[in-house]
Design a protein around this ligand. Structure first.
Ligand code: UDX
Ligand code: UDX
Ligand code: ADP
Length: 484
């Protein structure tokens, strides 16, 4: 019966595993939830009594953690022990895109998933339901199943040998709204063959999700639905960004176009914000998976169609860099650009695939001094992403001293005003609320004229920028007062 789930183990304490298990534990007090990871410092951070030190920043996560932790939610590195005690094991480890070998640059590297499956095979006791929760390519459940079955047949077939069921339960949470998305999901998708196993997992979600929102499919549909959902969402961003470029060229305003098309109920109004291009750990990876699968199955036209979504996104990121250079008279050498926002979207500290990375690299190549601000991103992460250490000092007292401070360097700014000091341009890349509240009159006094504001997120009040005497560019806006 479904009620037999007493112990859950989740392998992988990252952006997906951590918040998901926290909500499950919060909503299911009768279930003991253990989240395990090989990364000791990450586990320490999850156990930190200072809730601002959690390894993942998500609005509301601290409250959920505070309620459930040490009650029925535990974080540890004892992977094997947790597996052996669990009735249900979630696999929530990372699946980076392969960097070499077959499918390099496109296919996901399943080595971590494989390692997990082997661990589960070795240490599970009794009947164990294995749930794939990572953002995984199609056929992963099959891989897991094959490994578990191989292990099973090699074990002594006594009464104690473990038995397995594999389910697919893709995650649809978006970062920055993870807790809301988990607590009030549009749907929960469970793919599997065995209805008893499906019911056991459904039973967990039924603690807080209405039954009609729990969708049951076969494993393939469930896995492919995950990739397709992300591909469709990313496609909307590339679509609106492509139209934005056309708007800039023709005198239209992409925000007006988006509003006009969004009222068509067949199109819908969400996910139509032009920006600096999509980032995040999922969109690109999932589309490239789709591309790889399509080619593998002899569907090159399908592969090309989806690959275009990623290509457009990359082009769009470089288009923004080129535009900044052009406006600043074709050169950034010795010029300072304040980059506001480094996370791939607001309300997260995650920088994976952030458009800010490509754009920052372009501007550094052009010789800029970047003064980077982000309220949640750790400067150490920026150094890793840019593959360039932070410069020690660069807030110069005089403009004349700029040259000596070097080109193609970056510093982390502790606040917005600091970032904008002596800057020739401000480039807004993440839609943090505080960037929409900037006092441009004050900021303009700190900048070097002719000073520019480049708003790649459309969050700034253009009138206030003009009133401060600043030049203004906004993504997708070709209307008259905006200079293009
Ligand atoms: C996405 C999916 O939304 C989620 O369902 C899935 O489980 C994981 O991938 P996430 O990557 O966290 O979530 O963020 P999302 O809100 O989808 O944004 C992705 C990127 O698109 C961000 O860089 C965001 O800034 C950008 N975006 C989004 C836009 O540029 N415009 C929009 O209108 C929406
Ligand atoms: C379309 C637009 O819908 C309408 O707003 C515009 O003013 C004119 O163009 P129309 O061409 O009459 O209208 O028909 P529509 O219902 O949009 O269908 C267009 C084609 O898409 C048809 O061949 C239809 O069979 C196909 N279609 C539509 C699908 O294959 N699947 C769908 O889910 C929807
Ligand atoms: P996601 O966004 O998919 O959650 P993350 O990279 O944030 O990805 O988290 C994945 C986590 O999985 C990491 O903390 C990593 O240390 C952990 N992990 C990877 N492989 C294993 C493994 N074999 N056993 C335990 N944890 C693992």
């Amino acid at each position: 019966s479904p009620a037999t789930i007493k112990n859950i183990c989740c392998i992988g304490a990252g952006y997906v595993g951590g918040p998901t298990m926290a909500v499950i534990a919060d909503r299911c007090p009768s279930i003991q939830v253990k989240v395990v990871d090989i990364n000791q410092s990450r586990i320490n951070a999850w156990n930190s009594s200072d809730l601002t030190k959690l390894p993942v920043y998500e609005p509301g996560l601290d409250l959920v953690i505070n309620r459930a932790r040490h009650r029925n939610l535990h974080f540890s590195i004892e992977v094997e022990k947790a597996i052996s005690e669990a009735d249900m094991v979630f696999i929530s480890v990372n699946t980076p895109t392969k960097t070499k070998g077959l499918g390099a640059g496109k296919a996901s590297d399943l080595k971590w998933v494989e390692a997990c499956a082997r661990q589960v095979a070795n240490f599970a006791k009794g009947h164990t339901i294995v749930v794939e929760k990572s953002t995984l390519p199609v056929r992963t459940a099959e891989v897991i199943k094959t490994i578990l079955e191989a292990a099973q047949s090699s074990l002594d077939r006594d009464l104690n040998s473990p038995t397995f069921e594999v389910l697919s339960n893709p995650e649809f949470l978006a970062e920055g709204s993870a807790i809301h998305d988990l607590e009030e999901p549009d749907r929960v998708l469970i793919g599997g063959e065995n209805s008893q196993a499906i019911n056991s997992l459904a039973w967990i979600y039924q603690h807080w999700v209405p039954e009609e929102k729990i969708l049951r499919t076969n494993v393939w549909s469930s896995e492919l639905a995950k990739l397709t959902a992300n591909a469709f969402l990313a496609q909307r961003i590339s679509s609106i960004n492509s139209i934005g470029a056309l708007c800039e060229a023709t005198g239209a305003d992409v925000r007006e176009v988006a509003r006009a098309i969004g009222t068509d109920s067949r199109i819908g109004s969400k996910f139509l914000d032009a920006g600096p291009g999509f980032g995040g750990s999922c969109f690109k990876k999932d589309i490239l998976n789709l591309v790889y699968l399509s080619r593998y199955f002899g569907l090159p036209e399908v592969a090309d169609f989806w690959e275009g979504v990623v290509d457009l996104n990359t082009w769009h990121q470089h288009r923004i860099s080129r535009l900044v250079v052009k406006k600043l008279f074709g050169t950034l050498s010795g010029k300072r650009v304040a980059m506001l926002g480094f996370a791939f979207k607001a309300n997260t500290n995650d920088t994976r695939e952030s458009s800010a990375i490509n754009i920052a690299k372009d501007l550094l190549d052009e010789g800029a001094q970047l003064s980077i601000h982000d309220p949640k991103v750790d400067p150490k992460q920026i150094a890793v992403d840019l593959d360039l250490p932070e410069s020690k000092s660069f807030v110069s007292k005089e403009f004349g001293s700029n040259e000596k401070l070097g080109e193609g360097i970056w510093c982390f700014a502790k606040d917005i005003a600091d970032a904008c000091s002596f800057a020739d341009a401000v480039l807004i890349l993440t839609e943090w609320h505080q960037y929409s509240q900037i006092d441009w009159v004050e900021i303009s006094k700190k900048m070097r004229n002719p000073a520019w504001v480049f708003d790649a997120r459309s969050i700034v009040d253009s009138e206030k920028v003009f009133d401060a005497g600043l030049q203004f560019w906004r993504v997708g806006d070709g209307s008259e007062r905006i200079s293009n």
